[in-house]
Design a protein around this ligand. Structure first.
Ligand code: AMP
Length: 395
């Protein structure tokens, strides 16, 4: 696996695929610079070697050239974060972009215009990838968020740098973190899967049953499992067409010696609303008209005990409707347990969509070992898929 440390960038032009797809306010201010901050170690290493950086990214989902999606809007934020002046070119391929790249001196940074102003980017067009490749000497992929897409700048371009391609620090860290959970993690290994539906997590469950010792299931997924085992789930969310599948997962887990931990009790509500009336009930005795929207106190205690036994922890998906204050406690308690286990030496990875949002919202970001920067890319990795952006560097 080639990383930045395999190259000396002295007098070299690094063409770096970053993920600067940051949120913008109505007045085009960057409202969350996390993705820019995440790319900083890669950029600084290259500049310190004596190289220069040509940064390419997409922003949003433009249809052709649309000024609101111009990367021009983020220049000053990138300069703030990196502490270096950033040059900008209004194209990402062609004579102007090539001249700007050619004139770049060691220590300088050039930001290209939005890759997705060209449909060829998402189409994975070979000629477009070749045109991009002319801008740099070494291709660096540091965009985990788009590593699951075979786009021109994330995958196709790599073939134009047969010897001179590598992972940036961020992407290398993502790969290492996934490996620590899926391959080399110290036992016992725990996966916590929450979120709304079994159907969106089924491929992950099937893949990780071979890798973990414990599986905590929470969130809306719970009720398909409970109903499958004959419990009364009231009006809780349930996928009736996945009941057989839930039974099959329970069977497979037994055969593979994986302990599945389901909630014991829940906070049931008489409406899907933060203002609903609530009561604590056993997970398999939810009255008609009531729905489980968070895990209850016994479940929290049980999950805490499981988390504290484990040395490697993967967390994907909230344990309840954490967007509503009254149903966020289970997710917060789990975050606290994982933070405590991490402080005691466990390795913890949080990845994929809403669990990342929850971890940030409740302030656990610096209390877990690693928070993944890629939603879809993380989910596909956990499903056991090889991501095209990663494969293209390894080839
Ligand atoms: P996912 O994107 O699959 O990780 O699902 C996240 C969503 O699951 C969040 O928006 C939660 O509000 C939702 N969720 C978690 N627990 C429940 C529940 N018990 N009932 C309904 N939705 C839930």
């Amino acid at each position: 696996m080639k990383t930045l440390n395999d190259f000396n960038f002295d007098k070299k032009k690094a063409l770096i695929r970053v993920d600067f797809n940051v949120p913008l306010s109505d007045s085009f201010e960057v409202t969350d610079a996390t993705r820019i901050v995440s790319a900083k170690p890669t950029i600084i290493k290259i500049l310190e070697d004596g190289g220069s950086c040509i940064l390419m990214s997409h922003l949003g989902r433009p249809k052709g050239v649309q000024d609101e999606f111009s990367l021009r809007h983020i220049i000053s934020k990138v300069e703030d974060v990196l502490g270096v002046e950033v040059k900008f070119v209004e194209h990402c391929i062609g004579a102007e972009a090539e001249a700007a790249a050619e004139n770049l001196n060691p220590g300088e940074i050039l930001l290209l215009e939005n890759l997705r102003f060209h449909d060829e980017e998402k189409q994975g067009d070979l000629a477009f990838a070749e045109a991009l490749s002319k801008l740099g000497d070494i291709y660096v992929n540091d965009a985990f968020g788009t590593a699951h897409r075979a786009h021109a700048s994330t995958t196709i371009i790599a073939q134009f740098f047969p010897e001179y391609k590598c992972f940036g620090h961020l992407l290398a860290q993502e790969i290492e973190s996934i490996k620590k959970v899926m391959e080399t993690g110290e036992k016992p290994v725990l996966a916590v899967l929450g979120g709304a539906k079994v159907s969106s997590k089924i491929t992950i469950i099937e893949n990780i049953l071979d890798k973990v010792d414990h599986l905590i299931v929470g969130g809306g997924m719970t009720f398909t499992f409970i109903k499958a085992q004959g419990g009364q789930i009231g009006a809780s969310i349930c996928e009736d067409d996945k009941i057989e599948l839930a039974l099959e997962i329970i069977k497979q887990a037994k055969a593979k010696n994986v302990q599945i931990h389901l909630p014991i009790d829940v906070i049931a509500a008489n409406a899907f609303s933060n203002d609903a009336d609530t009561q604590i009930v056993d997970v398999d005795k939810i009255p008609n008209g009531w729905q489980g929207l968070d895990v209850g106190p016994k479940s929290k205690e049980n999950f805490h005990n499981v988390v504290m036994q484990c040395k490697t922890i993967l967390w994907n998906g909230p344990l309840g409707v954490f967007e509503m204050e009254n149903f966020a406690n289970g997710t917060i308690a789990l975050g606290n347990s994982i933070a405590e286990a991490t402080a005691n030496g466990a390795f913890s990875l949080v990845g994929g969509g809403d669990s990342v949002a929850a971890v940030k919202q409740f302030g656990f970001e610096n209390k877990v070992s690693y928070v993944s920067t890629g939603g879809g890319a993380m989910l596909e990795s956990l499903e056991g898929k090889t991501l095209p952006g990663i494969a293209a560097i390894l080839e």
